[in-house]
Design a protein around this ligand. Sequence first.
Ligand code: PLP
Length: 382
Amino acid sequence: MSERITYLDNNATTRVADEVVAEMLSCFTEAYGNPSSVHRFGAQVAARVEQARAQVAALIGARESEIIFTSGGTEADNAALRGVAAARPSKRHLVVSAIEHPAVLETADQLEREGLTVTRLGVDGSGLVDLEALAAALRSDTLLVSIMLANNETGVIQPLREIADIVHRAGTLLHTDAVQAVGKLPVSVGELGADLLSLSSHKLHGPKGAGALYVRGGVPFRSIMFGGPQERGRRGGTLNAPGIIGLGAACALAGRQLSEVDAMARLRDEMEQAIVRRISGAHVMGAGAPRLANTSCICFAGVEAEAALVLLSEAGVCASSGAACHSGSLEPSHVIRAMGIDPAIAQGQLRFSLSRYNTRADVDRLIELLPDIIAKVAAVSA
Ligand code: PLP
């Protein structure tokens, strides 16, 4: 077992930045008031929560009044779908893509059980949504279309502006799950044309358990969380002030550091080229599409991903796979399946995701270890 940790799983979660921790610490022991309290002690915290709202809004080009704080990306996605469904009860049809995160897919499944009709759009071999199928799917009673900005497994970025134009021409609304995109590429809700957008703090060097939903002014939306007037009646519950203040600080930091992504893309590309050169049967997923600078999803033909992850972990390398183990056999992830990848290739799906804390030494370590690990696992899997 190696003592040294090489963390290449930043799409799962990121290290909280020191600057963010510093902002948060005083909220636990000094400025611990409830931001909803009338007294001065609460008002001081409320002012910092509003500063965080301004920081989140600034990163995505929104107005402060359009930001609702949530407990993370999952709640933001639930609130987007259910909140619009509650506000537009005459609209009975929902459109999602087949490669959404379960936070969207399972909410759509639940809305279907409750009586809505759901269309699930397919993607091509690069993981891009079929725009013709989208246009054909839209109906006069379509409530909402939910298509993610960037996929968590492959990093593939959807042409959201084109999608928004199609959706708006049909007179309906667009939600985008931008949990993996915010902080990794410039995101402007105006330029994207999104009516609602989800983001999550722990994917951009903020704390876990905090996130936000952007709801464009004028978009019909009802709270899905009852029990208080917080967030102007759009999300009941005592505000997670430390988390929100951390999210705000993380957004401010991300805005200042967005230019670093070019260097990250170069490092990622070199990593992929080295892996493909050294390991036969390695296929980069979504290689033909625009992708997040930090994400590399590689399938290794004839390899059980789980076994490779265990060996990598023993060597101190943290990575992940989208493939899920069901009753002893490895099922390719819903994303890779939707892309139509051959199951023999898909089962060897590994994801390496970088952050600004990764160095060339981390990538070199992966490149040094991976060929032997893949060879070992392939020999056993054969
Ligand atoms: N959406 C996407 C695309 C994600 O990658 C994730 C987390 O992995 C989520 C939503 C859920 O966010 P959270 O972990 O903040 O609930």
